[in-house]
Design a protein around this ligand. Structure first.
Ligand code: ZN
Length: 356
């Protein structure tokens, strides 16, 4: 470790801030330190912000979090040019990024983010290091270090939410791929023999036969609502479990209905499992992870979804003697934020060891 009196570039003692940019940039969350259960600070915006506006809000949010957590006495007077000491910042962004360069590819539905150098903008204000990842990559890192994948150097994290994405921690490090897009499972082809019709339901991308419209958490709810409309008993069961608002039902509630024997819910869940299990089995064959962690709203649906999924994955590879455990994520819904902070802390420590 570099001692006191070293150059201004020394970041070995820099405070660590994690940031989550969600809902098209309208929800900004901060935490200080890479600790599970730490305090969070929020900024909510009425409309998706342009990058410059968002950076202004982020800088204010970071300053408030650092100040209120006692990391800095107050916001420095020369805030825009010279912070008193470097701050390590990790960002988890619900969009597409180029993590190697800290550049945003998209933050839908916000406009103007394509190619925006978010890491550079935050480094200018806070000194850095700044790490920018997708929420899935950040959540994978959090689960690998302090969550359900703790103790494993190779973790396959799969988030089933509005979409489907995998975060890969391989040989102890987040694996980005050549373009930062490793793990994009949404448009994984489940083929012409997939569930539903011969071609599968229409995907948001315009193709058929993709995983997302069958097996994302959102797809489970949407398909349940759609099919229950023609089946009064299932429709009544869905209303009962969702407190009278079918559109507010969760994927975990659909899985519960399936476990309770509702035939429509069982069909919806069965089709999702039939599509997911081969995809996961193929990934396990390719990557040999120590553990598979399922994130998103089904993370705690152990008996109704994760157990049946694990059975199906195992059945895909009957000759495999010791298959990795398939478990629910530990850190929902804060995994991405915690992972952002963990990423910042690790970048700081790596930079510190290089300075030394
Ligand atoms: Zn697709």
């Amino acid at each position: 470790m570099a001692g006191p009196g070293t150059s201004a570039a020394d970041t070995s003692a820099a405070p660590v801030v994690g940031i989550e940019i969600a809902d098209g940039g309208t929800r900004l969350v901060a935490t200080v330190g890479a600790t599970v259960g730490a305090r969070r600070w929020y900024t909510r915006l009425d409309a998706p912000p342009m990058p410059a506006e968002a950076v202004g809000h982020l800088n204010a949010l970071i300053a408030r979090a650092l100040s209120e957590s006692g990391q800095i006495a107050s916001e420095p007077a020369t805030a825009d040019t010279s912070p008193p000491a470097p701050v390590a910042v990790g960002v988890a962004l619900a969009g597409q990024v180029d993590p190697a360069r800290g550049v945003v590819r998209s933050l839908r539905p916000a406009d103007g983010w394509e190619g925006f150098g978010l890491a550079a903008a935050l480094t200018e204000r806070w000194g850095g290091p700044v790490v920018v990842r997708t929420t899935t990559q950040a959540a994978a890192l959090a689960e690998a270090r302090v969550g359900a994948g703790r103790g494993h150097t190779d973790v396959l994290y799969v988030a089933l939410g509005r979409s489907i994405a995998a975060g890969l921690v391989l040989a102890g490090r987040v694996y980005n791929g050549a373009r930062g897009r490793a793990g994009e499972l949404a448009h994984w082809s489940v083929g012409p023999a997939g569930p539903d019709t011969a071609n599968g339901p229409l995907c948001a991308c315009g193709a058929r036969g993709h995983l997302e419209p069958i097996a994302s958490a959102q797809a489970l709810v949407r398909r349940m609502i759609g099919r229950a409309a023609d089946h009064p008993a299932s429709s009544a069961a869905l209303l009962a479990i969702s407190g009278g608002r079918a559109e507010a039902a969760s994927a975990a509630q659909v899985a519960q209905l399936a476990a309770d024997g509702d035939p429509i819910a069982r069909a919806v869940i069965d089709e999702a499992l039939a599509a997911l299990a081969p995809a996961l089995a193929n990934l396990i064959g390719a990557l040999d992870p120590g553990v598979v962690v399922i994130g998103g709203p089904l993370a705690s649906a152990r008996d109704t979804f994760l157990g049946p999924l694990a059975d199906r994955v195992r059945a895909q590879r009957p000759a495999e003697p010791d298959q990795p455990a398939l478990v629910g994520a530990d850190l929902e819904p804060a995994a991405a934020l915690i992972g952002a902070a963990v990423g910042a802390a690790e970048a700081r420590d790596e930079q510190g060891s290089r300075v030394e």
